[in-house]
Design a protein around this ligand. Structure first.
Ligand code: SF4
Length: 329
């Protein structure tokens, strides 16, 4: 009898992951006076196959660091990250090559992501070469990848250089480069933030279309809740290296629970001039990560802070369809 092994539902499993690093330079370290910055601090979540998850938060909240940890572009200082059942911390050599072909990054800035001295053909051939794809197969795969991201008449782009392309076309090339090895998992780091508003929708639609057609599992990193809502079924809200709230995007947008999520939702502009949508009073920007508040890291901006918030770190707990890290629940 032919036994078909069903793959487990979870593709990525993150448990108590930390990225801590010392700042202050060599002399401070020698005098034992360096400060530890906790870019990611005890983060846990699972991502199911085919799921699209938004990592949302202000700049400095740890979302980009988390994305880089998931792709092993950064080495964690604690916790575990399993990809398809395998802990990625110890993956090296051929195993790392295999992992790199399955998990890819779509860069934020297409102008930085591509070597300006490479033609589009060379840009797209590079990952194929690194993955030992035979030379005879490369051209066809390059064309297929460019067609996938809806670059019209792809052949005409092959011998052009990045400066010959518009920002929108270049971001599609960046996407094609990330997809050319047929990954299962992609991390898209603010992929439209450097683009003109007029071309953002087109690139976002290509991203959604490709993700759905290929059944990709995706992390979409953004500070913009409206974009995350457009792209992701689930949202993880981060603040100063920790998860504040995690749940279905529509539930979070309709009824945010964590005070920080409430502030983010309130700050989303609405197209109705009669509807007041003032940001909640959460005061100045995030505190200095070298000196975060005790207890809840959000407490010095939180309108609902109370005595317990300074004394005790709130850990994520289930509340209805989501998890929330707040002493109000
Ligand atoms: Fe505000 Fe306290 Fe909840 Fe933190 S734990 S979000 S300070 S109420």
């Amino acid at each position: 009898m032919n036994m078909v092994t069903k793959k487990p539902d979870v593709l990525v499993s993150v448990f108590d992951v930390k990225l801590h690093y010392a700042v202050g330079g060599t002399f401070a370290a020698m005098r034992g006076k360096s400060t530890v910055v906790k870019a990611v601090d005890g983060v846990s979540f699972d991502i199911r196959r085919g799921e699209s998850v938004g990592l949302l938060g202000e700049s400095g909240c740890g979302k980009t660091s988390m994305g880089r940890l998931l792709l092993k572009l950064e080495e964690k200082t604690g916790g575990t990250i399993h990809f398809d059942g395998e802990e990625i911390g110890a993956v090296r050599g051929r195993g790392l090559k295999k992992f790199r072909s399955k998990a890819q990054l779509i860069f934020q800035n297409p102008f930085d992501a591509i070597n300006p001295r490479f033609t589009i053909r060379q840009t797209l051939a590079e990952p194929l070469e690194n993955a030992d794809i035979p030379k005879r197969e490369r051209e066809a795969r390059i064309i297929t990848a460019l067609e996938l991201v809806k670059l019209p008449e792809p052949v005409q782009f092959l011998d052009r250089y990045p400066h010959h392309l518009s920002g929108g076309q270049l971001q599609r090339v960046v996407m094609a480069r990330a997809l050319i090895l047929q990954p299962e998992f992609v991390v898209a780091d603010e992929p439209v933030s450097m683009l003109d508003v007029s071309v953002r929708a087109g690139v976002l639609n290509v991203f959604r279309d490709v993700r759905d057609r290929l059944g990709l599992t995706a992390i979409y990193i953004s500070h913009d809740l409206a974009l995350v809502r457009y792209v992701c079924e689930r949202t993880i809200v981060m603040y100063l290296g920790r998860i504040m709230e995690d749940g279905p995007t529509e539930d979070i947008v309709r009824e945010p629970l964590h005070p920080y999520t409430k502030a983010l939702v309130a700050a989303v502009p609405v197209p109705n001039p009669d509807q007041s949508h003032e940001p909640l009073p959460i005061g100045r920007g995030a505190p200095d990560p070298r000196n975060p508040p005790s207890g809840c890291v959000f407490r010095d901006r939180c309108p609902a802070a109370h005595a317990r918030c300074a004394a005790e770190v709130p850990h994520p707990k289930p509340v209805g369809t989501r998890t929330v890290a707040c002493h109000l629940y």
